[in-house]
Design a protein around this ligand. Structure first.
Ligand SMILES: Cc1ncc(COP(=O)(O)O)c(C=O)c1O
Length: 431
């Protein structure tokens, strides 16, 4: 093993974070004397000529094609065409950390790592998969989940996915099922779990009461000696439409709960800030008792992972996001788009409540996010095809029995027509 990896592991020894790492995670390090580090040193000290980095530079400024410049007038060449640091643009990392605290008052006084920039939440979940999972390990996932987890955890990491029923019989979060599944899935005293609220595909987020139960359950498992990695996929964070819904990230409850728990928040602007194609996301660690030095050691490992897989994330996207976050009136406009989705959500609720048709479709509980999901009493794939072919309407069929509708993508004035078509198509097929 590389000396630098051994050094980082020494810093982490005795923590749940270290115990939970995969072999790959243990081997990873950031090459302190590599090209990136030497370039960084030269950027400070090479006053005469800086012949380090693999970019074309003129007058100490990266060359930027005038056509590119014309399209990005608010950014300097250093902010657009330059390489970004592997862990991300420092000012953006600091700003995002501030934002995490602002949006999650429960984290007040809780020490966290500095967020690392990843290429979208997918890049973040994938990195965390590599750092903690591997053949022989199990990861607990709700049976209603984003399908990309299959490619990441099952196919890439070769971990065994263990599903628990997402909804309880009374239509809330099945906290007992989650905790039971976690306990039963422990291998060598280690448990890996991913939580995603608002949930894709159902659009469900838990109540404060449910979150309190999750928290108490995690604490009890940790006190039994289980080491827990809780991956929190916050892709749709903030899009909560009902009073009783818990309005923070569940990361806020887990990040300092117990020394046996390492929580990892994977979030980003993709859905929250409506910049789907930016390919920027963040990974932030929180674990009770972790020192700054230990957070830094984990971050260095992940930075090494990023260097080895992506090298770095999009520089223009990071700088656009940073400037947007710091710009006057930005948050108010962003919130107005949240309100737009909330309006669509209420329209969906209204249309479903007054329907007299489409009885083969049972909506699953939903109160947040971009989607709602129907359980189809019949073939969801047949329904999807009929909607596409006869009505020109695109929806998603999942697991053969669910039809996911992204109401986020349809203007409010068209919601009623959309759902009436769905109900009519279902009646034609299944009545
Ligand atoms: C639950 C969930 N997590 C993660 C992602 C990935 O986000 P990104 O586009 O930033 O990679 C998605 C995207 O659809 C998602 O639905």
């Amino acid at each position: 093993m590389n000396e630098l990896a051994i050094g980082l592991n020494e810093i982490l020894k005795g923590t749940a974070a270290f115990e939970l790492l995969s072999d790959y995670g243990k081997r990873m390090f950031f090459p302190v004397n590599g090209i990136v580090a030497q370039s960084g040193e030269a950027a400070q000290l090479a006053k005469r000529y800086n012949a380090t980095v693999g970019m074309a530079v003129s007058n100490r400024t990266p060359i930027e094609h005038s056509a590119v410049k014309a399209m990005l007038p608010g950014l300097t060449p250093a902010e657009t065409v330059s390489y970004a640091p592997s862990p991300g643009v420092l000012a953006l990392r600091n700003k995002w950390k501030e934002e995490i605290y602002r949006k999650n008052p429960g984290l007040n006084g809780v020490e966290l790592s500095l967020p690392l920039v990843v290429p979208g939440l997918t890049g973040g979940i994938s990195q965390i998969g590599d750092f903690f999972l591997e053949k022989g390990k199990k990861i607990v996932i709700p049976n209603m989940y984003w399908e990309n987890y299959d490619l990441i955890f099952t196919e890439k990491n070769e971990a065994d996915v263990v599903l628990f029923e997402f909804f309880s019989e009374n239509g809330g979060l099945n906290v007992d099922g989650l905790l039971k599944c976690m306990e039963e899935s422990a291998v060598d005293g280690k448990v890996y779990v991913i939580l995603n609220f608002p949930n894709n595909p159902t659009g469900y987020s838990p109540s404060c009461e449910e979150v309190a139960k999750v928290k108490a359950g995690f604490k009890a498992l940790a006190q039994k000696g289980l080491k827990i990695l809780a991956i929190v996929d916050d892709a749709y964070f903030g899009l909560f439409y009902e009073e009783e819904t818990y309005k923070q990230s569940i990361f806020a409850e887990l990040a300092s709960l117990d020394e046996n728990i390492l929580a990892v928040k994977v979030d980003g602007p993709t859905k929250e800030h409506f910049v789907w194609g930016f390919r920027v996301g963040f990974v932030t660690f929180g674990g009770a008792g972790l020192s700054d030095k230990q957070y830094d050691a984990i971050a260095k490992k992940v930075a090494g992972g990023l260097r080895g897989v992506f090298s770095n994330s999009s520089m223009p996207a990071q700088n656009i996001l940073l400037k947007a976050l710091n710009s006057e009136g930005y948050e108010a406009e962003r919130a107005s788009y949240d309100a737009l989705l909330k309006e669509r959500y209420h329209k969906v609720k209204e249309v479903i409540a007054k329907r007299t048709t489409g009885k083969a479709l049972t909506p699953q509980p939903f109160n947040s996010g971009y989607f709602m999901n129907f359980v189809v009493d019949g073939s969801a794939e047949e329904l999807r095809k009929k909607l596409l072919q006869d009505y020109g309407i695109g929806t998603i069929c999942l697991q053969e029995k669910y039809l996911r509708v992204a109401f986020s993508s349809v203007d409010v004035e068209n919601i009623e027509d959309l759902y009436n078509c769905i109900f009519e198509a279902a009646d034609k097929l299944f009545d």
